[in-house]
Design a protein around this ligand. Sequence first.
Ligand SMILES: [Zn+2]
Length: 625
Amino acid sequence: MQSNSPNKRVALYARVSTEEQREGQTIDSQIAELERFAKNNDWEVAGVFQDNGWSGGMLARPGLDRLRDEASKGIFSAVLINDVDRLARDVAHLGVIKRDLERHQLQVIFRKLPMEESPTHNLMVNILGSFAEFERELIIDRTRRGRRHKVEVRKEFLGCIAPYGFHYTPKDHAAGKEGILAINPDEAAVVKQVYRWVGEEGLSARQVVVRLNQTGIQPRKRHAKWAKSTILRLLRSEVYAGVWHYNKFESYEPADQKSEIKYRRSAKSSLRKRPRSEWLPLELPEHLRIIRRNQWERVQRQLDDNITFSPRNAKHTYLLKGLVRCGGCTARYVGQPCHGRFYYRCIERCKRIPTINENALDSTVWNTVEEAILNPHLIADQMTKLKQLEAKNSSTAENESAEVDRSMAQLQSEESRLLEAYRLAVISPAQLGQELEKIKARRAAIETRKVDLTSHSPKFSFPAVRNSIFTYCAVLSQRLKTMTVEDRQRFLRLLVVEIIFSGSTVRVRGVIPVSNSEGATNLETETQNVGETAVGNIATMTARLRGRNHASKGEVSFLDFKEHGYNVPQTPLLEFELVREVKKDSTVANQARRGNLLKANAAKARYLTPRSRMRRCGKHPHKPR
Ligand SMILES: [Zn+2]
């Protein structure tokens, strides 16, 4: 037989898995066995290929791949392997490898099988291959149950990479010593420190990272930087409070391998968390607790709060929400957050007026309003508009009194017709009485209307109006400094009709309640010291509101002038308009940031397909820009 020829050159292939290594099998003993067998048969060993610590379930093994590469070169004519399970623990893989080797005219010899080439032999190899595969599944199952048993029944920590703060000494098979979990004093000190920072100082995970990196404390992997995810895992792990969880994660085969690693010892290279119900808790002995239970729980609450109150998760308050309009297309300007900063932009994205930093617009508008309140003549000087208002009011009053006169005349003629009907005996005296009663009531109504009209038609006394503006502004200026953002927002919503932003300038259109001379007759004892032409409505309001502001818990503020008689038609609102230049942030950093933004936008624009360009243009969706 060819196989027994003395000059046969053989390659040796040996493999042990990590489990087998743990059980005391070594690759060297396997190779020694193969070498002895080759020597007994008088074969020459032309190469040794080995996979140390590789599972038979993996097809891609470095030693096996080299063997298959060399197979085509004709250096050896046979491959000597200890047993079928050494080659593969997967029947399909076994068939692939064996056929591939035989394709290169190589004989595959298993030391534990009789050396022959027959259908029976092939069947035997396949049967043994199936057994090897079955055995592999048994091993996996046995290992899994063994590990579970150790945690569930024997209540022991399973040897693994110990969590940060701990140190694990693996089981020593030779000495018969069990694995030991112990506290790593250096790492435990860092854990305690981090818990204190969060629990007592209220630091966020991000701030912890910054502080750790600043203090030069290194993570377990030297020369690396701390990451937020590491800190969060450390803060969330119950192992520090004395409960370790088994079965927390499961390995799985990722759908797409991101890295280009050729050889993996396991196909299931990714980890994912199992549902909490599947975790197996294990109480650690008292001396392994790094953090007290109540401290750990406080930190958990703190972390939950950090999520709840994170500015990222809170809705941002835009001071000018709903008030700003685009100077280009008159559409609204809306808030636009971008990488932690806030901007206002045209809702139509008309691109005629740029986006503006929230702070720049807010401060310009607020300063404008504040300036006007502190210098009321800015508003008072705009009374020409009030004159127009007066003209309009008086013309409507004239119209109304003419109408009253007309209805009076109509009533008169109705009455005379009624009397005529009675005289001609068309109606009875009783009917006449009824009808006259009705006419009497209507006349009374018209007459009260006439009285109303003459007494309430607004006639402005300009010094009085001017005074009312100054009084109102004086009251407001008292409170300007102490206003919160919400106060300011409510205040602007009352005072400002609209803000037109046109890039470099901003036009603030507002209204201010004024009192006319007629109002002065309503003057009551609560009049404040506002001079002889004091204005009733404003005086009344300030007195009333002062009381309110002290008593109420802020739900009604002095700002609600509309709620205090100022939105009734009799109370005129003086319109005013202020135009100011928008002061943009012009620090070097901001310019640099703007420059970067422009570059980024330009780069983005280059990659936009015409279709997506079209989608971005709100005004002309049919026309690509
Ligand atoms: Zn616009």
